[in-house]
Design a protein around this ligand. Sequence first.
Ligand code: HEM
Length: 97
Amino acid sequence: MLLGLLTQWGLFRYWWVTIKLALTTILIGIILFVLVPGLGARADAAHAARSFTAAERLPLAFAPAVGVALLILMVVLAVFKPSWSSGSACHGRYEHG
Ligand code: HEM
């Protein structure tokens, strides 16, 4: 967020930055609300030597897979910085300070 706020890119001036902000927020949500509670519950089950159902296993494989895909997408967006602007950049990148 600081990179967006403190540079000419802004948070909402270019779609790629706005997309990164949204994806990072989604990622934090997945980690906090899916992965952390899921891992805790599965750790308790493993400790009790209980076997897992497919419905219990799936989110634990799915959440990290989505997370890694989003991280790769974010690095690709950051490196290539696609030039589509969100409208507020149409007068030039440096004009809005
Ligand atoms: C985990 C999440 C993120 C990853 C992995 C990531 C990755 C990167 C990478 C690798 C670069 C360097 C690209 C280059 O210089 O070629 C970069 C630059 C940048 N990122 Fe992110 N980023 C993340 C989250 C964010 C968020 C949430 C924002 C803002 C909302 C953001 C805004 C920017 C901006 C504006 C730059 C360009 C800085 C500049 O060149 O002056 N990033 N990011």
